[in-house]
Design a protein around this ligand. Structure first.
Ligand code: COS
Length: 383
């Protein structure tokens, strides 16, 4: 086993940590409060190669691998979870296009995502009545003589309001001819395409700085070559992308929890009660010890999944285990951080309450905890 980071991984981690501490963290409170990420932050991440960490250099990416991506996500998430999810989805979109796209599609979109020319990419799979069960989606794509016409709507789309390119899933065969997941295809739709309408931004509990929009497609025409991958082969692309995306969200949970723990240590040493710092009390020490132990256990699961993906080994179950454990451990850690901060944990002056709000969604998006358990159990029972 090799636990040492490579030079490339260390370089990416340092670049992300430095930018996060200097530029992102001081603005995190305002990003949450004003519900928006300054475009310069997203451009700054792109300039450092962090918007396409695992995309080949030939298409503008950093080609630094999945472990480096996880490390970068952790650093950005520790500063600002809203920025981190925007980065995560953009990386996922770049990777999906690099992996499943034609050379023309890769050349057309990946460099824009990597360079920040597109502020973000978006992943449009979920619908209002198809979240955990995307196989029941209703959005349709029908052929015309110029290409494809999309009709339907999508829900919970991160960066939907400003993404330069979206990966959109739609049914390309009627349910009788190709039932369930077998008649779904994947399309690349550019922001601003006529017929694509952006709904209002959701008013969320956490990650309030990130944009989450509903999209509707009303006779939205895309060319023939907007099809990504094989006709009717879209569901598997979604599943494979989500396997990787779960490593990103596990990493996000880790970063948020790490920040909550570090702020708790500082607070426990500063805050005095009964004649001394509260860090002197075993009640606080045991909380901190458990938080650190859970954090490190989650980190090992996430990095194992990242390493497996990087080695082109099977990693779907391990990504689900990593995301499940990291998101649930991170929730416990952020909750204890609020407890350690006492009344100050419940007000906006300290970041503890933001971390708790932000981390909650990591148990929901990119597949709920229940879906992760389903994936893990199915794989175990299949032998
Ligand atoms: N990689 C590659 N292929 C996969 C796969 C994976 N990880 N998971 C499933 N597939 C394939 C299956 O092998 C099957 O292929 P065949 O049609 O050739 O047999 C096909 O995809 C359908 O798989 P399955 O029957 O398991 O689909 P289900 O409808 O039962 O769904 C779950 C499986 C629940 C795992 C899937 O719907 C899921 O991940 N749901 C959560 C979605 C999610 O994370 N949403 C969040 C969106 S982003 S915020």
């Amino acid at each position: 086993m090799q636990f040492e980071l490579t030079d490339t991984q260390r370089h990416i981690q340092r670049a992300a940590a430095d930018f996060s501490a200097r530029i992102i963290a001081p603005q995190a409170h305002a990003i949450d409060e004003h519900e928006g990420i300054p475009p310069q932050i997203l451009k700054g991440l792109a300039d450092l190669g962090l918007m396409a960490v695992n995309v080949p250099e030939a298409y503008g990416g950093s080609e630094a691998g999945v472990v480096a991506y996880s490390l970068a996500m952790q650093e950005v998430s520790a500063a600002c979870a809203s920025t981190a999810v925007t980065m995560a989805v953009t990386n996922m979109v770049g990777e999906v296009i690099a992996r499943f796209g034609t050379t023309a599609q890769r050349e057309r979109y990946c460099p824009h995502l990597a360079s920040g020319e597109y502020r973000a990419g978006a992943f449009a799979l979920s619908e209002s009545e198809a979240g955990s069960d995307p196989g029941s989606m209703r959005t349709m794509a029908t052929r015309n003589d110029r290409g494809w016409v999309l009709n339907g709507s999508k829900q919970w789309i991160t960066s939907g309001a400003f993404a330069g390119v979206m990966v959109v899933w739609a049914r390309t065969a009627d349910a009788q001819a190709r039932p369930g997941t077998r008649g779904i295809s994947c399309f690349l739709v550019e922001g601003g395409t006529p017929g694509l309408r952006i709904g209002r931004a959701e008013d969320k509990m956490g990650i309030r700085g990130s944009n989450t929009a509903a999209l509707s497609f009303e006779d939205c025409e895309v060319p023939e070559d907007a099809l990504l991958g094989e006709l009717h082969g879209g569901f598997k692309i979604a599943m494979m992308a989500l396997d990787g995306g779960r490593i990103g969200i596990g990493s996000q949970a880790l970063g948020i929890a790490r920040a909550a723990l570090s702020e708790s240590v500082t607070y426990a040493k500063d805050r005095r009660a009964f004649g001394g710092p509260i860090a002197n009390f075993q009640a606080i020490q045991w909380k901190l010890a458990d938080m650190k132990t859970e954090l490190d256990a989650a980190n090992l699961l996430v990095l194992r999944a990242a390493w497996l993906k990087e080695q082109n080994k099977l990693f779907s179950r391990e990504a689900s285990m990593a995301k499940l454990f990291a998101s649930e451990a991170a929730w416990r850690i952020c909750n204890e951080a609020v407890q350690i901060h006492g009344g100050y944990g419940y007000i906006r002056e300290f970041a503890a309450e933001r971390h708790l709000r932000d981390v909650r969604v990591t148990q929901i998006y990119e597949g709920t905890s229940e879906i992760q358990r389903l994936v893990i159990a199915r794989s175990l029972l299949a032998g």
